[in-house]
Design a protein around this ligand. Structure first.
Ligand SMILES: [Zn+2]
Length: 296
C-alpha cells in the first residue's frame, strides 16, 4: 500500500533546536493557509469537493537568511531536516512578501511535492499548538519551550504541554456486496463517506467503534478488522480506520449528526471524499476487495 497523504517522509529527521540556523525551507502559516509561490489555476477539475480550484503548481520558500521574516513572524519553530535541508515553521500575521501568496493546505494536495505537503501538515499542527500553549493551562504563568523535546513547560508549576493529537476511529460497514455510507449536514452536496468519531476518555478503539456506529446509524457490527491510520492536521487528529461487518439493526440516522445514511452497492457508489483522506483509501480498498469476490 502506498503511504497515505501526511505520512512522515522517509528522509525527515525531526528536531526542535538548531545550533546555527541558516539556509532552509520555510513552512509559513496564517491560520491554516500556507505561504507558497503559486502558479496559475489548474484547468482540470479538483477531486476534492471541498476545494473549488487547485493551482497548477506551488513551491515552498527556500531562503538563505534565517531572519528572513524578521520581526513580522509571530513565532518560529525549527522542524528538523528534510533530505538534509533545515526546515522552519513560522506564523505571520500580515501580508505575504512579494512573490508569495497564501493558499489553503487542502488545495495543495498533489500540487506541492508530497514530502513538503506531509511536513506542512505537521508544521501546521505544531504552529497551532505553540500558539495555544504560550501560557500554562493550570496556573496561567508564561510557558517555556524545551530545547531537546517538543514540549512547553510551565516554570511555576512544572506542567508540561505536549502537542495534542486527538484519536478518532473510522468505520466502514459491509453487508454482503453493500457498504454503509453516510453524510453529515456540512458535507459537500451529494458526497457520502464512512462513519467517524472521536475516542472518549476511558474507551478502547473497539468500544468507540461500536458506540459511534450504534449512535450514528443504529446498527450493530462484528468482525472488526484494522485497515490503516492517518495523521489528519485539520486541526490535530489521528484517524484510525477499520472495516467491519453488519450484524443487526436497521439504519436509523442520528438527528443533527447524520443527514442521510444508506447501503450502497459497490458497483454503484455515490460521490466520495477526495484521495487526500483515509476515508477514500478505505472505501476504494474494500470495494475493490468485494468486486474481486463478485468476479470469482
Ligand atoms: Zn503552571
Amino acid at each position: 500500500m502506498h503511504e497515505l497523504p501526511f505520512a512522515t517522509p522517509a528522509d525527515y529527521e525531526p528536531a526542535c533546536f538548531i545550533e546555527q540556523p541558516g539556509e532552509g525551507r520555510w513552512f509559513v502559516f496564517k491560520g491554516d493557509q500556507v505561504m507558497v509561490e503559486l502558479g496559475p489555476p489548474d484547468p482540470r477539475p479538483s477531486d476534492d469537493p471541498r476545494v473549488r480550484e487547485r493551482p497548477s503548481w506551488a513551491r515552498l520558500p527556500l531562503q538563505k537568511n534565517h531572519n528572513w521574516l524578521g520581526s513580522e513572524a509571530t513565532r518560529t519553530l525549527y522542524l528538523g531536516r528534510l533530505g538534509g535541508v533545515p526546515c522552519y515553521a513560522a506564523e505571520l500575521a500580515g501580508e505575504a512578501p512579494a512573490g508569495f501568496a497564501w493558499q489553503g493546505l487542502r488545495a495543495l494536495f498533489s500540487v506541492l511535492d508530497d514530502a513538503h505537503f506531509a511536513l506542512a501538515g505537521r508544521a501546521l499542527q505544531l504552529v497551532e499548538w505553540d500558539r495555544s500553549h504560550q501560557f500554562c493551562g493550570r496556573c496561567g504563568a508564561r510557558t517555556e519551550a524545551k530545547r531537546d523535546e517538543r514540549v512547553r513547560i510551565c516554570p511555576a508549576c512544572k506542567l508540561s504541554a505536549y502537542p495534542r493529537v486527538a484519536p478518532a476511529v473510522m468505520a466502514l460497514i459491509r453487508r454482503e456486496n453493500q457498504l454503509l455510507l453516510a453524510r453529515g449536514p456540512h458535507f459537500p452536496a451529494g458526497m457520502y463517506s464512512a462513519l467517524a468519531g472521536f475516542v472518549e476518555p476511558g474507551e478502547s478503539l473497539e468500544q468507540c467503534l461500536a458506540r459511534e456506529v450504534e449512535e450514528e446509524v443504529g446498527v450493530r457490527i462484528s468482525n472488526t478488522r484494522y485497515f490503516a491510520s492517518q495523521s489528519w492536521p485539520f486541526p490535530h487528529s489521528m484517524m484510525i480506520a477499520f472495516v467491519c461487518e453488519w450484524s443487526s439493526g436497521e439504519i436509523r440516522p442520528q438527528a443533527g449528526e447524520i443527514e442521510e445514511a444508506n447501503w450502497f452497492d459497490v458497483l454503484q457508489l455515490p460521490k466520495l471524499p477526495s484521495k487526500i483522506s483515509i476515508a477514500r483509501r478505505l472505501i476504494d480498498a474494500i470495494s475493490a476487495e468485494i468486486r474481486s469476490e463478485i468476479a470469482k
